[in-house]
Design a protein around this ligand. Structure first.
Ligand SMILES: [Zn+2]
Length: 99
């Protein structure tokens, strides 16, 4: 789980979903300091999103039904949100440029 760079509070999974999944920043539930997802974490997170393209390529190559792709995308989304993103994200007190 991400740890606050300011106070050392370990964020809960629910906090990560609510605050970090959309904007990649949010106030620490413990100390209220604005925390940002590090650039390195955001890059790693987006690498996992490349799996979406693999699913779409697999559908095109093997002529799989659209319902299969939609189901796989939902499964992938939940796996990423529940298991991967909370472990990949690291926090910093200062916003970092991606490049
Ligand atoms: Zn804090």
């Amino acid at each position: 789980m991400p740890i606050c760079d300011h106070c050392g509070y370990r964020w809960r999974r629910r906090d990560v979903w609510r605050k970090l999944s959309v904007q990649a920043r949010g106030t620490c539930p413990s100390c209220g300091t604005m925390q940002y997802v590090t650039a390195k974490s955001r890059k790693r997170g987006s690498m996992y999103m490349m799996l979406v393209f693999l699913i779409l390529i697999a559908q095109a190559l093997f002529d799989l039904p659209l319902s299969w792709s939609i189901t796989m995308l939902f499964v992938l989304f939940f796996i990423l949100m529940i298991f991967v993103i909370p472990r990949v994200y690291k926090l910093t007190s200062e916003q970092e440029a991606l490049y």
